[in-house]
Design a protein around this ligand. Sequence first.
Ligand code: GLN
Length: 548
Amino acid sequence: MATKFIFFTGGVVSSVGKGVTAAATGRLLKERGFKVAVQKLDPYINVDPGTMSPYQHGEVYVLDDGAETDLDLGHYERFIDIRLNRSCNTTTGQVYQEVINKERRGDFLGGTIQVIPHITNEIKRRINQVAKSTEAEFVLVEVGGTVGDIECLPYLEAIRQLRSEMGRENTMCIHVTWLPHIGATNEMKTKPTQHSVSELRSIGISPDMIIARSDLPFEDNLREKIALFCDVDKRAVVPMVTSKVLYEVPLLLEKKGVGDYILQRLGLTARQEPDWHEWAELVERTEKDKPEVTVALVGKYVELHDAYMSVRESLKHAALNLNVELNIHWIHSAELEKGHNWDLVKESHGILVPGGFGSRGIEGKIQAARFARTNNVPYFGLCLGMQLMVVEFARFVLEDDRVNSTEFDQNSPHPVIDLMPDQVNIADMGGTMRLGLYACHLQPGTIAAAAYKTDVIEERHRHRFEFKNAYRPVLQEHGMRFSGLSPDGSLVEIAELSDHPFMVGTQFHPEFLSRPNRPHPLFLAFVQAACEKAGVPYLKDGKTVNSK
Ligand code: GLN
């Protein structure tokens, strides 16, 4: 079958869950037996989000091939349970960089380089590249931003051209909008949706489906009104009320007939009956009352929870699997340094220190690791969280508070974490870290090996610094185990303490490979250890374990 392309555009306002909608739609198609890939087109001029502040952009999501991408890619991978590649996130920066490089090489033979056709051709090439590199039958393409943004125009023009080149039977456009609620008259308003659709049509794109997001449910007459004014089938106007449970979205779209409508519109029939068993059970479990456990997430960007999107989701996946309710205390590590918020740390049943860069709040994280070690509180360190767990332990073993990572103190007499040799002469900041999937061998008899139940794993990385091998013997002597090593044994990928219920740090980012129905083994083991600490019952292998 010819690849089908579904374009998602946004109208009215941003942040209405376009990414989740695209991800959930992908799941509807996968459930019907089709191979799906999703691409995000980001209108900003940065080459990728790797150099952007998490405050601006939220989490940087890393793929197998080391691409540093938008956090929506995380939604796509988690909802559809797929692994995407570099072609699945394109930015305006990449598009222009490519075209300008070609111009400098002389590829355009003296021509004048213009937005149409040169920029739009490069955008079209990149959209087609997803189909080629993933061999997907359905390519879903989400355009970042909102219709009417100047930055979006080249993308929309490229999509308009693709629609006429590929034919209506191979493409579809889904417009995701927002219906505001006017409190004074208690009404939902469709006018902004109408305006955004007319804006889209003025560019030459008529939507085939409108997903109308709102905080409150609305009457059928509003659907009719949207259908009439925006020239779409009434069946293709889909009301989507804000759901408390993220993973309910595919079920809601299924109920509204979105999957069937798409196939019918593109002249296809489902290859299999969708099976929503597992999802329905997951959502049901989310909504039930469950025993509570609390984890302290000690980070630097905690005001913006999106900065730790995958970490939060991975914790949720593990908690759901164990049938417990997981609360997160979001704690700023710089506050801990001032002596604040320790009450929150003390009432938590586990401490998680996620990845990060730069020196602000580092000592607070080290203090949190010390608290976890000396009070037998489960601790899980991700990347920077692992490096600081090593720093804390080495300060204790070597009885020297000057132990540090050279990221924070280049003159430390004990640089237990140091720049990787191949990082020393790197001047460019973008895309130059140790990135993407690397194999790791687990050492038998360790917490890590027990959690993974296997001996070789592959995980995604994003860092410049690493454990300095000269310190292996002395730390090992005092109870640190290097439970995960690179295949040649030269890099420490996982460290853990033997005299502790769960003190584990990973140089990689396990949070990128967790799935709602398949929690990551280390997150599962960590949340289980937190349940033990809390003394609450949890579910394991179908049986309730009463940890008392
Ligand atoms: N800043 C550390 C490094 O570059 C940790 C990176 C991270 O946590 N992702 O090695």
